[in-house]
Design a binder for this molecule. Sequence first.
Ligand code: MG
Length: 460
Amino acid sequence: MTRLFGTNGIRGVVNQDMNSTLALGIGQAWGTYLKKTVPRPRCAIGTDARLSNHMLKSAITAGFLSTGCDVVDVGLVPTPTLQYTVKEKRFDAGIIITASHNPPQFNGIKGTAHDGTELTKDVEEAIETIYFSQQFALSDWKDVGNYSTWDGAIELYVEGVLSCVDVASIKRQRFHVVLDCGNGAGCLVTPILLKKLGCQVTKMNCEPDGTFPGRHSEPVPENLTLLMKKVSETQASFGVGLDGDADRAIFIDENGSYIWGDKSLSLVGKYITRKKNGGVTVTPVTTSTCFEDVIHQNKGSVIYTKVGSPIVASVMKEHHAMFGGEENGGLIFPAFQYCRDSAMALATILEILATEKRPLSELVAEIPSYEMLKTKIACPNEQKEPIMNLLATEMNDNNKITKVDRTDGLKLYMKDGWVLLRPSGTEPIFRVYVEAKEKQQAERVAIFYKNLVESLMQRA
Ligand code: MG
């Protein structure tokens, strides 16, 4: 069967692979799925700031209504705002129209379960099966769903975030924050949150605009150069840059330096496990060892998962984790909700600064540093599995390997570092991640494994 859902919902270029016919069909399939267990499902829908948001929202809404589901439209909101609303207001499902950090011509459909968490693979597959079979349970004419709007989601969400942090001590510090929303959905929430936390805010790209005129939406260093400059120019306490649907946040220290996602993940993980005297944390196998280092220092433990935030969140739930997240600025705070959440990340960083009363750069400098190298090797899809097997056998005889982890691909631990070889699920490539204490060592390991995979390809 052809897959529609990827790691983060369904995505595509608008009016090509992501069109209104597809959205209508997904609404009908998903509505049919919900009706199997709930007599009259209630769904919440929201969108990010993209130009095609109304087109796709209208189409998928029509699909839900046709199967007898009620739809409540909460408007333009960040993904975590929609997720929180679904959980708090006890909806049966949530739909967010977003393509996160993708270029403006893209859009997508992302779903949540009744508790606000991202849909699991088996639910996605059940929806896909109904979609491809076209066996939609359309309702009788008098049972067609109701459509209504609700404008309380942002207030509900902001108040929820505020209830999780020490507002009084943050307010006392009167932080100056440079906020770059990248013209995404965060524009609707983050300025309000910072104001309520008593911060002086210098705004950049804080008008929602689906053409993304200010910068590209992905908060990588090359897209945040103006933010970094602004932070040092204005002598702000720090800067924060969001992605298009504001589930991820990247921080800039008071000197204008970019803080990599695994450093902010580690800083927050360190703070939370220290406060709670340990606890379980969860992160994918791609995260830097610096996370494990600080968690272990505070009597905590780390569970590694496959790559992808839905899997991190579900493992967190299963193990009652204290904290978790990804190395790309996607932090998950279970006390609030099991979803990546930039507003919670920002509020928590403010609380850490208010508690520590030291600059962000100093706190980040205390996190251990490693050299991480990411590269890829071209490999036809049908050769991926044979090569993985050959690699595993090969590694049995390699006395430099101290541990083999097959959580996602092949992660090989050495005396002072690791290498992860991961076949891509979508492209004909192997992704290679190397971490070592020294850059030259990381480069040496990367070249060794690149050559090894290429020689195995001859044999496979
Ligand atoms: Mg995102």
